[in-house]
Design a protein. Structure first.
Length: 432
């Protein structure tokens, strides 16, 4: 078992982010381009992005602004972004910044288009002033800068189709071959709690925003509605409903512009939330020890990473199905399950949630997280009772590993056309 590699992978994939990662990545690229473009007055900003990025950046609220949009994210990055803060690039926005960004859009200084690229995660931003221009390209990961060009001079250029993409099946399989279901299980048993500060921080940050969503009126108020329905006697206060409420509450707040940060997983804050909070909620109700809970949350996040390596950072499949599967494994562990039961939980989840599409980041994501959380608890309870979906059914194979490979095929071989249709539907809608 590669102990240090697991620690490094957790610290790479679990990153603090403020706001939905796609518009934030656009703001990051725009802020970096602005830094390199000489001159005081910006005359034009052009954004080209892959369909996956565009659909996730169109409707979700940018923290502290009550606004949304690809052009809005780019304008904010140009005017007020601090690229050195990574996915917290828009920390500390003022109302003045927001008004200036709106004025930039009103003046039609920001244009947006679909990039012609095979990459699922691709953002190109060009910032022009009266005397200079700078182009920045981010690809494959939300803050991975692969090109910087300033006034015809190339400062960085590592943009190649074979360059380290997490968006294609098998693209980093050799490097990540140490991550298997068996090695994850072994690591969770052996890891010293002192080495899991990143997991403790994930639990702290994501629980805080979950409670925020349960307390205040954000978005669709999915978590708050579940909580109120328990109070009214419409729902029972059990493991499933409490886990759903806390998880959905966090997504309610995050997708509606809360300025509280979250711990992401594999480039998604919602994945970080749904890989962490269902396990935290169940652990709280079961009154397990802190150490056991930390190990369970670690297991959940690593399973989510394992699945995301196969389906890609962005795809036509909802990422909550991957993180929800991780959560089901963590919950199974809390209920006393071993490696066999955890693999059964994976099979049960994939037989249930595998077909959920991603139709962009938005306040409605809280509903999807609540659904995947419900499924996660049920799949765990079934696994503990020795019940697992049969390999004769659908995409399910004899082993959990083979099932996840099938999920990767779905995500990668079908994703492009599904994404194209979803984006076409989104941009063609006429909403009054």
């Amino acid at each position: 078992m590669d102990y240090e590699k697991f620690i490094e992978r957790l610290e790479k994939e679990l990153v603090v982010t403020l706001g939905c990662t796609e518009p934030i990545a656009i703001a990051f690229a725009a802020a970096l381009a602005r830094k390199h473009a000489k001159g005081e007055i910006v005359t034009a900003v052009r954004v080209l992005a892959s369909a996956n990025v565009l659909k996730n950046a169109m409707a979700v609220v940018i923290p502290g602004t009550q606004g949304s949009g690809v052009n809005f994210a780019a304008a904010l990055g140009v005017l007020a972004g601090d690229f050195s803060k990574g996915l917290e690039v828009l920390t500390g926005l003022t109302q003045g910044d927001v008004e200036k960004a709106k004025k930039m859009i009103e003046d039609k200084l920001v244009t947006v288009g679909v990039a012609e690229t095979s990459k699922k995660l691709y953002i190109e931003v060009v910032v022009k002033t009266s005397q200079s221009y700078a182009k920045v390209i981010v690809a494959d990961e939300h803050t991975k800068v692969v090109l910087i060009e300033v006034d015809g001079l190339t400062l960085i250029d590592t943009l190649t189709e074979k360059n380290g993409s997490l968006s294609s099946i098998g693209s980093e399989r050799e490097e990540d071959s140490f991550i298997t279901l068996d090695s994850i299980w072994e690591f969770v048993q052996r890891v010293q709690i002192k080495d899991l500060d990143i997991i403790k921080k994930a639990m702290e940050l994501n629980t805080t925003i979950g409670l925020e969503g349960l307390t205040h009126e954000y978005g669709l108020q999915v978590g708050k509605t579940i909580k109120e329905s328990i109070r009214k006697g419409f729902l029972t206060d059990d493991l499933i409903t409490y886990a759903m409420a806390l998880t959905a509450g966090a997504s309610d707040a995050r997708m509606s512009g809360s300025t509280l940060p979250v711990m992401s997983n594999s480039g998604s804050g919602n994945q970080g939330i749904s890989a962490t909070l269902p396990v935290v909620a169940v652990g709280e109700r079961l009154q397990v020890s802190t150490e056991r809970l930390i190990r369970a949350v670690t297991l959940s996040n690593l399973i989510a990473i394992y699945i995301k390596l196969r389906i890609g950072r962005l795809s036509a499949l909802c990422g909550a199905t991957a993180s929800g599967t991780g959560a089901s494994c963590g919950i199974t562990y809390l209920l006393g399950g071993g490696k066999a039961e955890i693999k059964a939980a994976i099979q049960n989840m994939q037989g249930n949630t595998a077909g959920m599409f991603c139709d962009g980041a938005k306040v409605g994501c809280a509903l999807k997280l609540s659904s995947c959380t419900n499924a996660a608890v049920l799949a765990a309870l079934m696994a503990i009772d020795g019940i697992a979906i049969q390999p004769t059914d659908g995409i399910i194979e004899c082993t959990a590993e083979q099932t996840i490979e099938n999920l990767g095929r779905l995500a990668n071989e079908c994703s492009r056309e599904v994404d194209r249709v979803i984006l076409d539907i989104m941009v063609s809608k006429k909403v009054s």
